[in-house]
Ligand binder design. Sequence first.
Ligand SMILES: C[S@@+](CC[C@H](N)C(=O)[O-])C[C@H]1O[C@@H](n2cnc3c(N)ncnc32)[C@H](O)[C@@H]1O
Ligand code: SF4
Length: 376
Amino acid sequence: MHCALYDAGRCRSCQWLETPYTQQLSQKQAHLQQLMASLPVANWLEPVISPPEKFRNKAKMVVSGSVERPLLGMLHRDGTPVDLCDCPLYPDSFTDVFAALRPFIARAGLTPYNVARRRGELKFILLTESRYSGELMLRFVLRSTTKLAQLKAALPELQRTLPQLAAISANIQPVPMAILEGDEEIPLTDNQALAEQLNDVPLWIRPQSFFQTNPEVAASLYATARRWVAELGVNSMWDLFCGVGGFGLHCATPDMQLTGIEISKEAIACAKRSAELMGLTRVNFAALDSTAFATGEGSVPELVLVNPPRRGIGAELCDYLTRMAPLWILYSSCNAVTMATDLARLSDYRIVQVQLFDMFPHTAHYEVLTLLQRKA
Ligand SMILES: C[S@@+](CC[C@H](N)C(=O)[O-])C[C@H]1O[C@@H](n2cnc3c(N)ncnc32)[C@H](O)[C@@H]1O
Ligand code: SF4
């Protein structure tokens, strides 16, 4: 993939851009195999590849510059702003939105936040696309509610120009640090959710709930989990760290008892809505801490699926799983280092198969799906 911003030394976020894609894949696979060197794997499957560009469904743009000439992109460590509107990782649909947002910011008087001076109001623009419907979700991250009335007054014209903006909100983030989002979300449209569909499963994208950023590879990951689980013929499973329910909803059959646990109540609301649309009745989604939920249960299902944040599932949940000994564990991870540590703790399990999913091309990051079976 060619990136003019990279060539000009303006953005180096894709550290592996100069490495040919096939070599990127073999380096990732080698990294994974090295991490798992002391853990015997019965079957290594071929890595799943990503489109090389336009694969992201989400842009997180730092707003800088002046109110008359705002800049959307990022800040170098030295504070120099870089315009990232032409980043080739974004889909074509973002171009018109970025172009319309610059004059909109000026018209609405949303002064970009200046980190050094701690002044200004608009910190970030978050834009997400549903590949299924083509609709977009736009979020303004503001320092305070001071400019909210101005933002609301200017919005109708932006909505007329960009009817694809199906959900708009303001997020209030008063902390003077590089934290992306605050707790308070103010809806600016009645609708706050984008309908997405991966494979044949309806999913929802909404503020304050995680959604995979590479929908094509995510669809392949969920379809693979569904296939592996179907082959095991299990009738009960937990989906821990379930987000909006992508894994569980793919794996569930009408007869299966599915429990999905996730800390974000917004994500759980999405998962429940999807389950209802799919007509699944034997499901239970709840907004809880995964470890607290699991350790509070006196029994386990046949299969426990985990898809934790980068920190992994940790010793407490591993100890609990060892004690309760479900037949199968399916571990999906975006950080193979913490996954390998967790798998070493799960020594009562044998590793049946492992597959790498290249969710984050041109970087060292990747997703990995591992199936574990309780030793006899
Ligand atoms: C890597 S994401 C996976 C989400 C989902 N499985 C998917 O495929 O989109 C990890 C999820 O864990 C959630 N999470 C973080 N800490 C948690 C906790 N202590 N208990 C439950 N969920 C948590 C996050 O909100 C996030 O949705
Ligand atoms: S993040 Fe975008 S702009 Fe930056 S190097 Fe990667 S492709 Fe280029």
